[in-house]
Design a protein around this ligand. Structure first.
Ligand code: DGI
Ligand code: FE
Ligand code: FE
Ligand code: FE
Length: 188
């Protein structure tokens, strides 16, 4: 799928506000891909499609999770805001016949991260966190880190996310912990 087609598809599916967020992620992912020598086409395509399932109903999301053997049903016991990421990957594979495993994985893991994230995973995860429309405490620090050190920026966003969830007595999904642990290990 070409980026122009993906753009038209998400523009038709997503509400305006989420579409604008998506364009911010694409722009940021492109810059990060240039800075860190990733494939720019893959980064833009994954960024464009990353939230495609964000507004699927809970029923639709859980039906797809139950049907797809490559998505663990365990995720259904965690907050529903996590579901759109693996479902988005499954959807773009089925609907748009995207076969690029790296693009599919970057979409699949964009919310939680995972152990030993690929370069593309990191770029999409981070772009989603720091795109220009994001405003929350700590985002400027991560934007600053993102210019100098990709792993430090991804690690800081994971640390912020874990702290945010723990403070609110929310469950932390195992992949988020695995991603965080990889970052801590690599710091030493
Ligand atoms: O889809 P977006 O809003 O652009 O962003 P996202 O896909 O990164 O995050 C969606 C939500 O998921 C956000 O409110 C934070 C939350 N989240 C991220 N990791 C975890 C999590 N929620 C739980 N319960 N557990 C996690 O590990
Ligand atoms: Fe998302
Ligand atoms: Fe399943
Ligand atoms: Fe997003």
């Amino acid at each position: 799928m070409r980026i122009e087609e993906a753009n038209e598809a998400v523009q038709a599916i997503l509400p305006k506000k989420r579409y604008i967020h998506t364009l911010g992620v694409v722009e940021t992912a492109e810059k990060l891909a240039e800075r860190y020598d990733a494939n720019i086409e893959q980064a833009k395509l994954a960024a464009m499609l990353h939230d495609i399932a964000k507004y699927f109903s809970k029923e639709e999301l859980s039906d797809i999770i139950k049907r797809r053997h490559d998505i663990t049903n365990e995720i259904l016991t965690f907050h529903h805001s996590l579901w759109h990421a693996p479902v988005g990957a499954a959807y773009i594979e089925e609907k748009y016949h995207i076969t690029d495993k790296e693009v599919l994985d970057a979409v699949r893991y964009h919310t939680t991260g995972r152990q030993d994230m690929s370069l593309l995973d990191k770029i999409v995860f981070l772009a989603d966190y720091i795109e220009p429309g994001r405003e929350f405490p700590g985002v400027d620090e991560v934007r600053h880190l993102a210019k100098k050190n990709l792993d430090a920026a991804v690690g800081k966003s994971l640390q912020n996310t874990v702290i945010f969830l723990v403070e609110r007595h929310q469950q932390v999904y195992p992949d988020t912990i695995y991603a965080y642990n990889t970052y801590i290990k690599n710091l030493r």
